[in-house]
Design a protein around this ligand. Structure first.
Ligand SMILES: O=C(O)C(=O)C[C@]1(C(=O)O)C=C[C@@H](O)C=C1
Length: 298
């Protein structure tokens, strides 16, 4: 289980944008390292297809091998109160998970109540686009090994049989991406409370484009992608047995890591920010909305 970074007991303003961005930056490390771990195994497509593993199907479980790993892992972690933390979203519907064994920690309410959940999108792009992309090197290495040893035939090159190892790491990657993307709600709340008057008209008369323009910070995104590439180059460096860096040998395709952020994680974080804003006035009285509409940036 990754460390819970959501910790109000440390003090400080939970809506400080610097503090939230610090959490997003730290999560980059978690995500890059987990992707590197996953990239050592082959794609193993059967782990992502419903009913592809006969033994699992025989148990009566209907989903994929990965769905099963998610459900079993989250069932245990729910008991350890993982999903009482406001920055944790299970992939298994909450209603299907057991109650926590420990009493819930009393978190202060920071977010407006909302039903935004990006996990179905995360699961979809991770299994369809990211896994095939980042496991390409392992798959190619396996193919070369099999060719060199005369192992050919119906055996798929992209399957190394490491279903358990692959799925265990997939769960970690997915949980880290989910936490990162859902932190968009805190970013959004922080931007909203700083200048509610700018947002309220586009929420009352829903305008996704206008809201997206208000939350988008191109310079922050550019700096992030540059930092991410530098980190990925360092973390993915492979070393010779004598400890010397192997130069251009990397444990993961660095471009794949950058693309994951550029085309999936950042756009989805923006989407979560906008979805959250669209629910930001739900349940408020007319007086409360009027007050927010008149509260301009100081
Ligand atoms: O840092 C912010 O202000 C965010 O909204 C987060 C984030 C990101 O996903 O990293 C998303 C949108 C912004 O354009 C910049 C960065």
């Amino acid at each position: 289980m990754s460390t819970t970074l959501f910790n109000f007991t440390l003090g400080g303003d939970p809506l400080s944008l610097d503090r939230i961005r610090g959490i997003l930056t730290r999560l980059e490390d978690t995500i890059i390292f987990a992707l590197i771990e996953r990239a050592q195994f082959a794609h193993n497509p059967k782990a992502y297809q419903r009913g592809a593993l006969a033994e699992l199907k025989a148990t009566g479980f209907e989903g994929s091998w990965l769905d099963w790993f998610l459900q079993e892992t989250e069932t245990f972690q729910a008991k350890a109160r993982r999903y009482t933390s406001p920055d944790e979203y299970p992939f298994t519907p909450l209603a299907e998970l057991p109650a926590p064994v420990l009493k819930s920690t009393p978190y202060p309410r920071v977010l407006h109540p909302n039903g935004v959940n990006a996990n179905p999108s995360i699961l979809s792009f991770y299994t369809r686009a990211i896994i095939p992309r980042i496991t390409k090197q392992a798959t190619l290495a396996l193919a070369a090994h099999k060719r060199a040893n005369g192992i050919v035939g119906e055996d798929e090159y992209e399957d190394d049989g490491n279903y358990g190892s692959s799925a265990a790491i997939d769960v970690e990657v997915l949980q880290a991406i989910s936490k990162r993307v859902h932190y968009g709600k805190f970013v959004s709340e922080s931007k909203f409370v700083e200048n509610p008057a700018a947002f309220v008209p586009h929420i009352l008369n829903p305008n996704r484009q206008a809201l997206e323009a208000l939350i988008t910070k191109p310079a922050v995104e550019r700096a992030l992608l540059q930092r991410l590439r530098k980190k990925a180059v360092v973390y993915a460096q492979d070393f010779a047995p004598d400890g010397e860096p192997k130069g251009d040998a990397f444990k993961i395709d660095v471009d794949g890591v950058v693309e994951l952020y550029e085309y999936y994680i950042i756009p989805l974080t923006r989407e979560v920010e906008v979805d959250y804003l669209l629910e930001r006035l739900k349940g408020l009285s007319q007086e409360e909305i009027d007050e927010l509409a008149s509260r301009k940036k100081q």
